[in-house]
Ligand binder design. Sequence first.
Ligand SMILES: NC(=O)c1ccc[n+]([C@@H]2O[C@H](COP(=O)([O-])OP(=O)(O)OC[C@H]3O[C@@H](n4cnc5c(N)ncnc54)[C@H](OP(=O)(O)O)[C@@H]3O)[C@@H](O)[C@H]2O)c1
Length: 339
Amino acid sequence: MSNPANRQWVLARRPEGMISVDDFAPATSDIAEPLDGQLVVKVTHIAYEPAMRGWVREIPGHGANLPIGGVMKASGVGEVVASRHPEFQPGDKVSGMFGWQQYAVVDAVGQLLPVQKMPAGVTEEMALSVLGITGLTAYFGMLDVGKPRAGDTVVVSGAAGATGSIAGQIARIAGCRVIGIAGGAEKCAWLTDEAGFDAAIDYKNEDVSARLQALAPKGINVFYDNVGGAILEAALDNIAIGSRIVICGGISGYNVADDAAVGPRNYMRIVNSPSTMSGFLLGQFSARFDEAREQLGAWAREGKIRFSVDVQEGFDNVPATLLRLFHGQNLGKQLCRIA
Ligand SMILES: NC(=O)c1ccc[n+]([C@@H]2O[C@H](COP(=O)([O-])OP(=O)(O)OC[C@H]3O[C@@H](n4cnc5c(N)ncnc54)[C@H](OP(=O)(O)O)[C@@H]3O)[C@@H](O)[C@H]2O)c1
């Protein structure tokens, strides 16, 4: 194929503390010829996950997910411009793991998130939010790990984010009373007014433990945690007997050194109100992604799930957009449109 220069963002150094735009550097490359089974995708939208902070971390004894100089990994959507896979043709709109670059040469199958054709009627925003990594995470984390039952009181932290907002609405569909915890009055109003949460707690301006006690006097049956730290401790103070604590993530600790992270000091609450605390990884459920996409798509079409996206613009803004997640500037799924 003709070979326009491919603009990329690569990891320039290992971030220390709060990740910064200076941890990344611009680069250009030629676009490799696709091998058998590969596609060349012109990327139009990049999606962001807090887990990206972990992907650039050096884990003692385990090495690093991404080498210095490597193209930053990311999911995204784009258009196939060349294909050596029989099921994909130039012009197909696809989602997959394409990285921070204008053109990606990728294996069509065999990745955590295999390349998927976008079904008719599905927008880029929908493919990357409610039907993307965060929607799938919310689906399996809430239903399979949290196991909500009708009448349960469910609390979600990071509730106005991409995963939390969907997780809470799934619990509502399951017949639960749902309380969200988020930063700021605007996000809390969105949760109750738009996303149908029964109540919201502004952790930046309210005493979370006291509010949970008032809103859930009989205790929390399912706590779906995206945040960790002090918010996890406040929830543990208020769990019901036999509760399920779902550790989806712990973003409050992602930009601090491992030895400075705050653990749940009151974890004996799990013993004294016999409860279970379970972590999970989305990849565990890969065999069921189609089932989840079908159900999430149906709920979105029926208006039972509302989702919000925050779309930044331009290839130059690709690294800065990642920082928005860690400063709470996104409402719903964080994206950047680059073409
Ligand atoms: N287990 C899995 O397989 C899996 C897969 C995907 C995602 N996850 C996890 O799910 C969680 C949510 O991810 P997402 O992609 O949906 O991101 P997101 O919730 O859309 O965005 C991150 C949000 O976290 C909040 N936040 C940031 N720093 C914080 C801090 N120090 N303390 C408290 N809240 C903070 C901010 O909201 P506020 O304005 O409300 O503070 C921010 O908007 C993350 O923990 C992520 O790692 C897990």
